[in-house]
Design a protein around this ligand. Structure first.
Ligand SMILES: C[S@@+](CC[C@H](N)C(=O)[O-])C[C@H]1O[C@@H](n2cnc3c(N)ncnc32)[C@H](O)[C@@H]1O
Length: 246
């Protein structure tokens, strides 16, 4: 079956998904990613989950139209609660808040081999949570889609990382996965991406400029009376930190 191009954001996320038998696409919505995972050979089976009936039925129709209903199982429900222990190798969550993703991982039903996460906010908390749970953040990417900048990362369970044969399309030896080992909890890199900072991909400076701009807008929107608040000082500290990682 022929692959179909997806929007840039999903194409970039697709690239960092390890090859596996069964992967869940949680918050599948249109189902495009679920379909391409099978069509392009990243997964033999996919569980496409969504908490809302409307998005899930669009996914179901699309999957049916591509003739993949026998290998992509659509399930209605909250996060990974729609799956059973032992069913999955990994899960993908795209286009949701980082705090929601953290809850989805936490509520299980089990800790999977890997997660590919593309959070819209709460990046620092999500990365810190994944590392605390025993995951290595192996890959981080920045992508641009319709003028907006997004990031995503691949987290693999620590016990699997030194077995490079586990994922045939992963070269663990060439990954900067120790950057979070001794990173202070206050570092801006939890939010920005420590692997990205090491690798400085093509969009790095544009991404940092965008993060500085966001914080500068927040400062500009604060009145003089707020200039002694912790929030104001924190924003200034973050701008300085961001300037220093450019
Ligand atoms: C903005 S869309 C993103 C769709 C797709 N993943 C993408 O990145 O293009 C978010 C989707 O997540 C679903 N969703 C939100 N909370 C969820 C949860 N707790 N469990 C499963 N799906 C959820 C929504 O119904 C919606 O379809």
């Amino acid at each position: 079956m022929k692959a179909r191009p997806m929007m840039n954001r999903l194409e970039s996320v697709f690239d960092i998904v390890p090859m596996a038998d069964t992967i869940a696409d949680i918050g599948t919505d249109h189902g495009y990613l679920a379909v391409e995972l099978v069509v392009r050979g990243k997964a033999k089976r996919v569980i496409a989950g969504d908490v809302h009936k409307g998005p899930l039925s669009s996914a179901e129709s699309y999957i049916k139209s591509r003739g993949l209903s026998d290998v992509i199982d659509c399930r209605l429900g909250d996060g990974l609660q729609v799956t059973k222990k032992g069913e999955l190798n990994g899960a993908i969550c795209c286009g949701m808040g980082g705090f929601l993703m953290r809850d989805i991982v936490e509520e299980g039903p089990e800790l999977l081999e890997f997660y590919v996460l593309q959070p819209q906010n709460g990046q620092a908390e999500l990365r810190q949570y994944m590392v605390k749970k025993g995951y290595c953040i192996l890959k981080e990417i920045i992508m641009k889609d319709m003028g907006k900048i997004y990031t995503a990362f691949l987290a693999v369970r620590q016990d699997l990382v030194n077995h490079s044969s586990h994922y045939s399309n992963m070269d663990f030896a060439n990954m900067n996965y120790t950057v979070y080992d001794r990173l202070p909890f206050t570092s801006i890199l939890w939010s920005v991406g420590g692997v990205l900072e090491k690798e400085k991909p093509a969009l790095w400076n544009e991404y940092i400029d965008y993060l500085i701009y966001q914080r500068q807008c927040a400062l500009d929107g604060m009145s003089k009376e707020l200039s002694h608040t912790e929030k104001y000082k924190q924003l200034q500290i973050e701008i300085d930190e961001l300037e220093s990682v450019r």
